[in-house]
Ligand binder design. Structure first.
Ligand SMILES: *Cc1c(COP(=O)(O)O)cnc(C)c1O
Length: 381
């Protein structure tokens, strides 16, 4: 959606300086001895992949990661030149896109490896691939016990060049699962050795996501794959009670009061009449709803900030509108700013706070802010 046109006042502000700050802060914390892959899948967790990648590329990110080839193409179209890893590998028919645009697939099954090898062979090139090993996540990945056999099959695929070996942690955010995480590290190390014994020489060895990089220094390999911490979303994915890098939120979300009305005591508000005023009330409506990612489960429990006060959501959140109770903010006026995520007059609502209300994760909250909400990128630099 173009923000050059007059538009609805509901916007997500993306602070690119805070993104750069977080990158430096984590780098200082984790160290200069590893490479840094910036994970910008899912439109950079809702923050805008192109703008975030451009800034991070300038700040020295070594690699980018996306989930789908399409997301990699978007970065290439925008002029990103650093290597891009596609975590989702390559669906049938997408091999040429990856080769054309120099996007490297993470490969986790032999069928994809064969198809990609064929595509590379018909161009007479050796295509880089990273191999993903499942050491306990149980999602995609070559099961670690089968990895030595997989490696043997890979030898015959002579148009593939194994540039990287990776695995992914299931519970790096939970220190009571430390033994499990260490077990994943050990299994992975065994597999790296098995590949080396067969003559492979992967230059990139990576295991750690954000909680891995911050909380498990034994898991760094020579590259870390960072998503959440770059966007300042440390609050619910980094273990509590450990030393952490300082992080600043990157996304804030605000709108404006569209309508204000006086409603007598005893009137019901919104779909399903789930809220009935307990007093004569001043009721406001804001132009944000569940299509924008302000979830319906926030009905009657969410809150926003208006003129320096927390204000409750009343009644059901609907698709395009949300009703709030302004009775205790009598000076509120149509057009006043309403902060949904972010800071106003010293009060703050974080993505973690919103997630906590609905039993979710901060990542879900920022990812869930839909494309209908324009992103406004701000930077003093
Ligand atoms: C999403 C993802 C990451 C990034 O995880 P964060 O917790 O956001 O740092 C790293 N590695 C893989 C394989 C992923 O899918």
């Amino acid at each position: 959606m173009s923000i050059d046109q007059p538009h609805r006042p509901t916007v997500a502000k993306i602070d690119l300086d805070n993104l750069a700050y977080n990158f430096h802060s984590v780098k200082k914390f984790v160290g200069e001895h590893v490479s840094y892959m910036a994970v910008v899948k899912a439109d950079a967790y809702g923050h805008g992949a192109v703008e975030c990648a451009r800034r991070l590329e300038r700040k020295g990110a070594d690699w980018f990661a996306v989930a789908l080839p399409e997301e990699g193409v978007e970065l290439r179209d925008a002029g990103i030149t650093k290597p891009i890893l596609c975590f989702g590998g390559c669906w049938p028919g997408q091999e040429d896109t990856l080769l054309d645009r120099q996007i490297t697939p993470a490969i986790f099954n032999i069928e994809t490896a064969r198809r990609f090898n064929e595509a590379a062979r018909s161009r007479n090139v050796a295509a880089n691939v990273h191999i993903k090993i499942d050491t306990g996540m149980g999602r995609v990945g070559v099961p670690w016990r089968e990895a030595p056999l997989f490696a043997k099959e890979l030898i015959s695929l002579s148009n593939l060049s194994m540039q990287g070996l990776m695995t992914h942690f299931a519970a790096a955010d939970n220190l009571s699962e430390k033994d499990f995480t260490n077990g994943q590290v050990e299994k992975f190390e065994t597999i790296v050795a098995a590949f080396r014994d067969l003559g492979f020489s992967p230059e990139i060895i990576d295991l750690a996501n954000s909680p891995g990089a911050v909380a498990h220094p034994n898991s760094l390999g020579n590259m870390v794959r960072l998503g959440g911490v770059l966007y300042g979303l440390g609050g619910d994915v980094l273990p509590a009670g450990i030393e952490k890098p300082d992080l600043k939120p990157v996304m804030s979300l605000a709108t404006e009061l569209t309508q204000i009305k006086r409603v007598a005591e005893g009137e019901s508000l919104g779909y399903g009449r789930t809220f009935v005023t307990a007093r004569d009330s001043i009721i406001g409506t804001i132009p944000i709803g569940y299509h924008d990612g302000f979830r319906r489960s926030l009905s009657n429990i969410g809150r926003v900030i208006v003129n320096g006060s927390f204000v409750p959501v009343v009644g059901r959140v609907s698709m395009d509108w949300t009703i709030i109770d302004l009775t205790d903010v009598p000076d509120a006026a149509v057009g006043d700013e309403v902060v949904v995520i972010g800071r106003q007059h010293g009060l703050n609502i974080s993505a973690e706070d919103v997630a906590g209300l609905v039993g979710g994760l901060s990542y879900e909250v920022t990812c869930g802010i839909s494309a209908r909400v324009p992103r406004i990128f701000v930077s003093a630099k």
